[in-house]
Design a protein around this ligand. Structure first.
Ligand SMILES: Nc1nc2c(ncn2[C@@H]2O[C@H](COP(=O)(O)OP(=O)(O)OP(=O)(O)O)[C@@H](O)[C@H]2O)c(=O)[nH]1
Ligand SMILES: [Mg+2]
Length: 305
């Protein structure tokens, strides 16, 4: 069973679908006997689809095995088998957002510059507000001049409270104030924006840890969720980025953005297969409503529909 394919998801995945499905359909036309040449062409094609070599190797191994065992003998059987293989290799745990046992749930958002952190926060806030949750935002990206302003505009649009300080303030002090305010105002969710950083920037990674410590001091077990925001346009590099970041900090979930603008969404397959952290959301546009909860089966169905 999979969730309903929404128009948003179909439209958001259109470019990736065109790339992956378009090519596969040409290689696996309906009703042809399967042979090694076809399988070789399929393998070569998959390598070009941003899925990542490790994952392609696994897919090809499974398909080849099925061919040798005569489980699949025609191109359309191969096509269906491929779809099933994708679902299988992408299907580890799919928990939704973590929730605090009591009091505010704190979500810390991290990622490299321009990956879509602030926009994704707006999407998450809308997603939660639509479920009648009381949401507060914290502008702990005090580095970039327009960052606070950008989050403020979203907060106003979405009717969320925002905690902010002047540009250049210590991000941890914003987090501290926000945690206090979240408790005082009894919000359901506090979402903390942070400045873009690379996993290699030691000081900035330490700054992130400091934000986490400050939050934990005020609110038990905070942050309850650390979401890493990844731009799907980076294709195979997004898989590598996910690997590096999740090694450096305790990431609890991934949010893949800009799937609507890229044909490189195949990276989601590699990320699901290779990274032991669940993809929780995907971004399929620039508006606050352009968010989808990630679900493997629905994703694969959307790609193959
Ligand atoms: N098409 C599309 N654009 C997106 C999506 N998510 C974010 N963007 C755009 O990507 C650009 C960067 O988004 P931001 O949210 O500012 O990214 P950020 O990670 O907060 O950037 P910094 O704070 O500068 O590190 C903006 O133009 C967004 O509108 C998405 O899912 N689809
Ligand atoms: Mg930002």
């Amino acid at each position: 069973m999979f969730k309903k394919l929404t128009a948003k998801l179909k439209k958001g995945l259109a470019k990736t679908k065109e790339r992956i499905l378009g090519g596969l359909k040409a290689i696996l036309p309906f009703g042809r006997d399967l042979d090694q040449n076809i399988l070789d062409a399929m393998e070569e094609y998959l390598y070009s689809a941003d899925i990542g070599p490790t994952t392609v190797m696994k897919i090809v191994e499974d398909v080849t095995h099925a061919y040798k065992e005569k489980e699949i003998t025609t191109t359309d059987e191969c096509f269906d088998f491929l779809k099933g293989t994708l679902k299988r290799i992408m299907s580890h745990d799919q928990p939704g957002l973590v929730q605090a046992k009591s009091g505010p749930t704190v979500i810390l958002v991290a990622g490299i510059n321009g990956s879509g952190k602030t926009t994704s926060i707006a999407k998450l806030a809308k997603f939660l507000v639509d479920q009648d949750k009381k949401v507060m935002l914290a502008a702990a990206d005090t580095f970039r001049a327009a960052a606070v302003e950008q989050l403020t505009i979203w907060a106003e649009r979405l009717g969320c409270e925002i905690i902010k300080k002047n540009q250049g303030s210590d991000p941890a002090s914003v987090a501290f104030d926000a945690a206090e305010a979240a408790l005082a105002r009894n919000v359901d969710y506090l979402i903390v924006d942070t400045a873009g950083r690379l996993h290699t920037q030691k000081n900035l990674m330490l700054e992130l840890s400091k934000i986490e410590r400050v939050l934990a001091k005020k609110i038990d077990d905070a942050p309850h969720e650390v979401l890493l925001i990844l731009d799907a346009n980076n294709g195979q590099n997004a898989i590598e980025q996910a690997r590096r970041f999740t090694e450096a900090i305790d990431v609890s979930g991934l949010f893949l953005t800009k799937l609507d603008g890229t044909a490189k969404g195949g990276a989601v397959i590699g990320i699901r297969h290779e990274i032991p952290v669940p993809v929780k959301f995907i971004g399929v546009g620039e508006k606050a409503e352009d968010i989808e909860e990630f679900d493997t089966d629905t994703f694969v169905e959307a790609l193959f529909s």
